[in-house]
Design a protein around this ligand. Sequence first.
Ligand SMILES: [Zn+2]
Length: 62
Amino acid sequence: MDISDTATKHEELRREIALRERKPAGPAATGYCLNCGPDAALPAGWRWCDTDCRDDWEARQP
Ligand SMILES: [Zn+2]
């Protein structure tokens, strides 16, 4: 891994955190992943484990 890979990873992580914090509308944080259910406990204010969970969840919404 060279330094540009590291920078890319960091950028991905930063974007992922921004995605988690965005979208104030929608479901409230429940303390666990809305996609995985009660087995996946999350820090306060998080609604999904990652963007994949969020995308899966959104895909199931009407
Ligand atoms: Zn999840």
